[in-house]
Design a binder for this molecule. Structure first.
Ligand code: MN
Ligand code: MN
Length: 309
C-alpha cells in the first residue's frame, strides 16, 4: 500500500479518481448517517421498532424537530473544521478552535457537553487544548475527524495521528477518544486507497482492541442503545460495519440500535462511504439531504484531498 499511498504527482489517474469518489462518498456518508440517525436519537430499539418497524427513510423530526435532510453537530462541526483546514492549508489547532468557537456562537441545533466545555475553555484561555481527563471519553472528537483524515492522506502515520490529536484535544483529551479517533482516520485513509473490510479489521481495529480491550466488539452483546461514550459508539459502529456488506444496510443497522444514533450513523456513514463509494449511496437519501450541505461536503472532499495529493 505504502508506495501507492505516498503523495506524488505520478498517481495513476484511475487511482486518483477512485480516491476522489470515495472521499466524496465518505463526506456524504457522514451527513447521510447524521440526517438518518437524528430522527431516532435517544430512542431505544424497541421504541424505534414500534414507531417505524425499520427506520430507513431520511424524514427529519426527532427530539431536535429537524427538517427532512437536515444535519446536526456531527456534520456541521466537521464542515467547520474542514473550512478552517482549507483556509490555513493544513491542520492547525488554533484555526480549528476559532472555527468551532464561531460555530458555537452561531447557535447550532445541538452541541455536546464536552464540546461546549472545551470551547468555553478555549474562549477563556485561548488554548486550543483541554487538560487530560479520564472522564471525557465521549464521541465528540471522533465524529468530526473526517476532514483531518482527508487533509492528511499520504502523510506518515505519525503525522496523521498528530493531526488527529490536534483537532481532538480542542475539546477531548482522553486516551480512548484519541485512539478511536486515530483509528477511524486511518481506516478512512486505507479505504480510500482501496483496502477491503477484512484488511481494515486486521490493520486497524484489532490493534485498537489489543491496546484498549474496552473496544472488544465481536463477542459483545449486540450493542443496543449505544450512548455517547466512545466505547459504546465504536462497538455499535464496528458491529454494523463488519456485520453488513453494503452502505445502506450498514447505516440502517446502526441507527436502528437507537441511542446516540445520529453519531453512530455519522461515523458508520463516513467509513461505509469510504469503503463502498458514491455508487452505493441511496439516490433517494441524497435527494433529501439538505442541498447546501450536500454541495459543501462534495467541495470540501475534493479540496481537502488536493492539499496532499
Ligand atoms: Mn448530533
Ligand atoms: Mn449524537
Amino acid at each position: 500500500m505504502s508506495g501507492e499511498g505516498a503523495a506524488h504527482p505520478g498517481l495513476a489517474p484511475a487511482f486518483a479518481q477512485r480516491r476522489i469518489d470515495r472521499a466524496i462518498a465518505a463526506y456524504l456518508g457522514l451527513a447521510l448517517g447524521d440526517a438518518l440517525g437524528a430522527t431516532v436519537e435517544f430512542m431505544t430499539p424497541r421504541e424505534i421498532a414500534a414507531q417505524y418497524a425499520v427506520h430507513d427513510t431520511i424524514r427529519g423530526g426527532g427530539w431536535l424537530r429537524l427538517r427532512p435532510g437536515q444535519v446536526t453537530d456531527d456534520t456541521t462541526m466537521a464542515l467547520a473544521s474542514g473550512a478552517a483546514i482549507l483556509q490555513s492549508g493544513g491542520v492547525d489547532a488554533l484555526a480549528i478552535a476559532r472555527a468551532f468557537d464561531d460555530w458555537m456562537r452561531a447557535k447550532p441545533v445541538d452541541i455536546g457537553n464536552t464540546v461546549r466545555r472545551g470551547l468555553m475553555h478555549f474562549r477563556a484561555t485561548g488554548l486550543p487544548e483541554v487538560a487530560p481527563s479520564e472522564h471525557d471519553a465521549g464521541n465528540g472528537a471522533a465524529m468530526r475527524v473526517l476532514p483531518v483524515a482527508l487533509a492528511t492522506l499520504g502523510l506518515s502515520e505519525d503525522k496523521v495521528r498528530t493531526a488527529c490529536r490536534a483537532q481532538s484535544r480542542i475539546t477531548h483529551n482522553n486516551a480512548l477518544s484519541d485512539s478511536a479517533t486515530e483509528c477511524l482516520a486511518l481506516m478512512v485513509q486505507d479505504a480510500l486507497r482501496g483496502a477491503d473490510r477484512e484488511t481494515l479489521l486486521q490493520r486497524h481495529v484489532i490493534p485498537l482492541v489489543n491496546r484498549h480491550s474496552e473496544f472488544e466488539f465481536r463477542n459483545a452483546v449486540p450493542r443496543s442503545n449505544p450512548s455517547g461514550y466512545i466505547v459504546e459508539t465504536m462497538q455499535a459502529v464496528f458491529q454494523a460495519f463488519f456485520g453488513t456488506s453494503g452502505f445502506r444496510e450498514c447505516l440502517v443497522d446502526v441507527v436502528n440500535r437507537g441511542g446516540d444514533a445520529d453519531t453512530t450513523g455519522a461515523i458508520a456513514g463516513m467509513l461505509a462511504g469510504a469503503l463502498y463509494g458514491q455508487d452505493a449511496l441511496p439516490e433517494h437519501w441524497l435527494a433529501t439531504l439538505d442541498p447546501p450541505t450536500r454541495r459543501t461536503c462534495e467541495t470540501q472532499a475534493r479540496e481537502l484531498l488536493a492539499l496532499t495529493q
